[in-house]
Design a protein around this ligand. Structure first.
Ligand code: ARG
Length: 489
């Protein structure tokens, strides 16, 4: 308990919240607080205190807040706004606070409202007057905007790394299955045979765009709000470029009003995250279908499945189901942020405090999903024979037969009709086109000869689509080579 709490004999309630630096963090809630200045004639009501506080979740910004404060203090000293011994005291105090937070020794107080005030008040308690000078030429408005940008920049870098990791797993799996044939679907009906490796590479491409999108978003994240102060800038001779350099920002935000109120970068990130989740939800849907015994194409490793409490035979694909489900949650966060910003007048408004939980949850969910997905795909059991049998069942080479007729001079529409008749005939006989005797096939077109059977095989069909972007195993291997040469690590 803080000394001041002992003096005022306040009641402390302990909130236990999850913390990034340790298992749980205690936040003390003090009644009869006196956070605000002499401007106020009565204490804030307790419910209001709880309602307006953000420390329960924004404590996660602590590392970034401290980093931003150190850069700000260095600039204040370099420009002569504070003395060098003040800077030394501030740096020492902040280092101590960082240690305490990392070790779970820092006492978070709800009455100090947010991460910024908690750290600043503790700094002053530790180093005295120098601590009170840290907030010169700064407001929590530009401070919080800076913290979120630092947080999100680090998160984007982590997420891009995780995307690349998943892409590597897809490439490895695609390489193993470059020549594994499965039915390709349109309308979820058997369409044409494709290489399973080729199918996987489609997801590689989606993730490639996802990574590029986040990389692009990072440029707009990586701009410095500090210096904007509350909204109008500051009368002190600040050096914003120096702070930007110190914090690794590419540039400063060019308009102070925009700097404190802009959350586009967070929305953009959430839109990028929603696209990633949407892509993974599609793959999840496929894994769930493929795992159904009616397909039997794959098996997920047991560690990614759960059983049923009533049906002993069940093995449920919980992980892909949850990825599908969590996609809704990420979409929700995107809509929450868009709605948060809608119609907000300039400049900073307290509404913006609501940006953090959706953003944090988006980052957490996305990181977990990408990590678990890479692991799950690396342990995937594939059943090439089941895929092959399914491709044989759906007349998947009918288009190849039509193309064969076209190559022998039949106009495409006539070829299409002839093959449709042949499929109907084979269906009545409950066999594949390739199983019909030559004489039967010739009823539908006189140009058909013995060489037709090469075209009707799954392998022949897949092999014939031999151009960049096509499903021929040769092309799949080439695409994997190209992808590997571009993908980091
Ligand atoms: N906790 C606040 C937020 O997250 C910090 C900025 C508060 N600024 C203010 N003027 N009340 O947005």
């Amino acid at each position: 308990m803080h000394t001041c709490c002992k003096i005022c004999q306040s009641i402390l309630v302990r909130l236990r919240v999850k913390c990034r630096f340790q298992q749980t963090t205690d936040i003390s809630v003090e009644e009869n607080n006196k956070t605000w200045s002499g401007r106020f004639s009565e204490p804030v009501a307790q419910l209001v205190q709880r309602y307006t506080a953000s420390v329960e979740f924004d404590y996660r910004l602590a590392e970034h807040d401290i980093r931003g404060s150190i850069a700000h203090a260095r600039m204040l000293a370099a420009t002569g706004i504070i003395q060098t011994d003040d800077l030394a005291a501030i740096e020492k105090g902040l280092a101590q606070i960082r240690e305490d937070i990392r070790n779970g020794k820092f006492e978070w107080q709800l009455e100090q409202e947010d991460v910024h005030l908690n750290i600043e008040r503790r700094l002053t308690a530790l180093v005295g007057d120098a601590g009170k000078k840290l907030h010169t030429a700064r407001s929590r408005n530009d401070q919080v905007a800076t913290d979120i940008r630092l947080y999100l920049r680090a998160a984007i870098d982590d997420i891009i790394g995780l995307i690349h990791g998943l892409q590597h797993v897809l490439l490895d799996l695609a390489e193993q299955h470059a020549a594994t044939i499965m039915p390709g679907f349109t309308h979820l009906q058997v369409a044409q045979p494709v290489s399973f490796g080729h199918h996987l590479l489609a997801y590689y491409e989606m993730l490639q765009r996802d990574g590029q999108r986040l990389q692009d978003c990072r440029k707009r994240v990586n701009q410095l709000p500090l210096g904007a102060a509350a909204l109008a800038g500051t009368g002190y001779p600040v050096d914003r470029a120096m702070v930007a350099r110190e914090l690794g920002f590419d540039d400063i935000c060019h308009n102070s009003l925009d700097a404190v109120s802009d959350r586009d970068f967070a929305i953009e990130f959430c839109a990028g995250a929603a696209l990633i989740m949407m892509h993974l939800s599609r793959l999840s849907e496929e894994l769930i279908l493929w795992m159904n015994p009616a397909f039997g194409f794959i098996r997920l490793a047991d560690r990614f499945c759960t059983g049923s409490s009533i049906m002993p035979q069940k093995k449920n694909p919980d992980v892909p189901e949850l990825v599908r489900g969590k996609t809704g949650r990420i979409n929700g966060h995107l809509v929450a942020l868009l709605t948060l910003m809608k119609s907000q007048p300039l400049a900073y408004n307290k509404d913006n405090q609501e940006d953090k939980e959706p953003l944090f949850d988006t980052v957490d969910t996305l990181k977990d999903t990408l990590t678990i997905y890479a692991d799950m795909l690396a342990g995937l059991h594939v059943n090439p024979e089941a895929m092959r049998q399914a491709a044989l069942r759906g007349y998947s080479t009918a288009t190849d037969l039509a193309d064969y007729l076209v190559k022998k001079g039949t106009p495409f529409r006539d070829a299409h009709e002839a093959v449709a008749q042949a499929v109907r005939f084979a269906e009545n006989k409950a066999c594949d086109l390739s199983e019909l005797p030559l004489a039967d096939l010739q009823q539908f077109s006189a140009v058909i000869s013995e060489d037709v059977f090469e075209v009707l095989t799954l392998e022949g069909s897949v092999r014939s689509r031999n151009h960049p972007g096509g499903t021929a195993p040769e092309q799949v291997r080439e695409a994997i080579c190209q992808a590997r040469s571009q993908l980091p690590g």
